[in-house]
Design a protein around this ligand. Structure first.
Ligand SMILES: Cc1cc2nc3c(=O)[nH]c(=O)nc-3n(C[C@H](O)[C@H](O)[C@H](O)COP(=O)(O)OP(=O)(O)OC[C@H]3O[C@@H](n4cnc5c(N)ncnc54)[C@H](O)[C@@H]3O)c2cc1C
Length: 503
């Protein structure tokens, strides 16, 4: 008889509730199922697979070091693999963390659930994130986040009894037809890197987080860079929350002059750890947002198939707007860009280029090593204006460039064609067209494109029935802290003051 611990997006042994509970019940099989069909989905990419491989290698090493047991890898369809293990070892129970990911994993979990019921095998799915499954009300959501995150982190189990079984090797990326698409210098996976990032962020890199997170010049160092580790679970969110709380207490105890910028930085960071689950809750409650607009009024606003010239220019960092192109090129090469620049990239695609959010969102999903569907699709829709409940924010790429890269150093790094431009001219290189060096002229007129987009959006928001549907969206998905401002935004949907032209 065996207890199967199915590692999913929780590639660690510390603070792993499924593993700790299973360990109390008898011999276990620590299992990772490599699902080739998942890796054929359009939102997955080579860089995700590299991060996974690094993280699995470390998980395997930890299991061997602590318990003398290797990770069991099997490749194929999850239900088939579980059935084979059941035939070999008679599974007593299946243990894994509750997973809220993309539509494919949602359908896979439903089919595993059916299989487990048919076999009369209990499937225990404790939560690692504060996402509530099943019918629930958003009221009190924040309190339950706090309650889960305040629980003491679990140590890795002291001992594990294992079941001897066969393991397969991981297929290579090329066997899965995953090919690197850009010159990649992406983030390494694995818990050692995660712990080092947490330590350096909380003790050195993070002090100026609040003021430096928005600029791509500083954000690569000043942000925690933990997102991919949270997405693959090499660290638990609770471990990060606990470390942040501990550091906040230590800072609090310091004399006033010695606290520096830490209190504000830690507060900001902690609220983003709330947002993580707040956004994933949205896709848990409405999986359709991976494919459909939050608000149906936007369904026929933009062409479903993107204009290929515009889309290609955006993807290849050749729109003629240096900040857009530098960010896209940096992201393609490294797998990461900061929040504000992600928002600007998405807003430029949706407003200036007037592309439906789905194709750009898929492209970004493949580029972000930290791709997390619940956060990703909610954010992509927020930055495209299709939630119907958020303030419309159309970022002006020239202003972003001047504000967040005043000397042009980030732009020069990623757009070598513009290396000879001065800090004054680099934000609008078209004013010196003879120096462009192969870099394109702007693909659209920034002001005009933005103005036309706003007019179309606001005409739609004044339409019949818009407000009622927006109210329902607020009720289902809105944060209760900001529910009043959401309602106000929905109500005054036609007010021009809502347009944030200054961004
Ligand atoms: C269009 C768009 C798409 C995005 N897609 C993703 C995605 O696929 N995966 C992802 O993890 N984040 C996504 N984000 C949110 C955010 O940009 C990243 O979480 C952040 O940049 C990751 O870097 P970090 O770990 O250094 O973040 P930090 O600033 O150090 O924040 C710490 C953690 O808080 C959480 N967090 C931070 N900002 C947000 C936010 N705005 N919403 C929800 N959680 C947040 C993340 O888990 C992050 O790792 C997206 C944002 C936009 C605008």
């Amino acid at each position: 008889m065996a207890h199967v611990v199915w590692f999913k997006r929780d590639l660690r042994i510390a603070d792993h509730q499924a593993l700790s509970e299973a360990a109390c019940h008898g011999p276990i099989v620590p299992l990772y199922i490599l699902e080739p069909e998942l890796w054929q989905q359009p939102d997955l990419s080579h860089r995700h697979y590299c991060f996974l491989n690094d993280s699995l290698a470390e998980l395997n090493a930890q299991l061997i070091e602590h318990y003398g047991i290797p990770l069991v890898v099997r490749c194929g369809n999850a239900s088939d693999i579980l059935q084979a293990l059941h035939d070999e070892h008679s599974i007593e129970a299946l243990w894994s963390h509750q997973e809220t990911w993309n539509d494919w994993t949602y359908r896979r979990d439903r089919s595993v659930q059916r299989w487990a019921r048919q076999q009369n095998i209990p499937w225990h799915q404790p939560r690692q994130f504060a996402v509530v499954r099943g019918r629930h009300n958003r009221d009190g959501w924040s309190r339950q986040w706090q309650a889960l995150m305040n629980q003491v982190c679990l140590d890795a189990p002291q001992a594990l009894q294992s079941v001897v079984t066969t393991s397969e090797s991981m297929p290579s990326a090329s066997e899965l037809k995953l090919h690197p698409t850009h010159l990649e210098a992406t983030q390494p996976g694995g818990r050692c890197h995660a712990l080092a990032l947490l330590e350096s962020f909380l003790h050195t890199r993070g002090e100026y987080y609040s003021s430096e997170m928005s600029s791509p010049v500083t954000a690569f160092d000043s942000c925690s860079r933990l997102s991919a580790h949270i997405a693959f679970g090499t660290l638990s969110l609770r471990e990060i929350v606990a470390a942040c709380q501990q550091r906040s207490l230590a800072v609090k105890g310091q004399p006033r002059g010695k606290k520096g910028k830490w209190p504000a930085a830690l507060r900001s960071f902690n609220s983003r750890l709330h947002w993580h689950c707040h956004f994933i809750q949205k896709i848990e409650d409405a999986p359709r947002i991976e494919f459909e607009n939050f608000h149906t009024a936007y369904d026929s606003l933009r062409e479903k198939t993107p204009d290929s010239d515009r889309f290609e220019a955006w993807k290849n960092g050749r729109t003629g707007y240096p900040m857009i192109d530098a960010c896209m090129r940096a992201l393609s090469a490294t797998g990461w860009i900061n929040f504000r620049m992600r928002a600007m990239l998405m807003s430029f695609a949706s407003y200036h280029l007037w592309l439906d959010w789905k194709a750009p969102a898929l492209h970004l999903a493949r580029l972000f090593t930290d791709y997390e569907p619940g956060i990703h699709y909610s954010q992509c829709q927020m930055q495209s204006g299709t939630t119907g409940i958020n303030t419309i924010r159309a970022y002006n790429p020239i202003k972003q460039s001047m504000d967040h890269d005043p000397e042009g150093q980030f732009i020069r790094k990623w757009i070598p064609e513009l290396a000879d431009y001065s800090a004054q001219s680099i934000h609008q290189p078209w004013v010196l067209p003879h120096k462009l060096n192969g870099y394109p002229m702007p693909i659209v007129d920034e002001k005009l494109a933005r103005k036309q987009a706003m007019q179309r959006i606001y005409a739609l928001r004044r339409g019949d029935g818009f407000f009622n549907e927006a109210q329902a969206i607020v009720k289902q998905h809105g944060s209760r802290k900001t529910v009043r401002s959401h309602s106000k935004a929905a109500k005054s949907a036609s007010a021009q003051t809502e347009i944030n032209f200054n961004d």
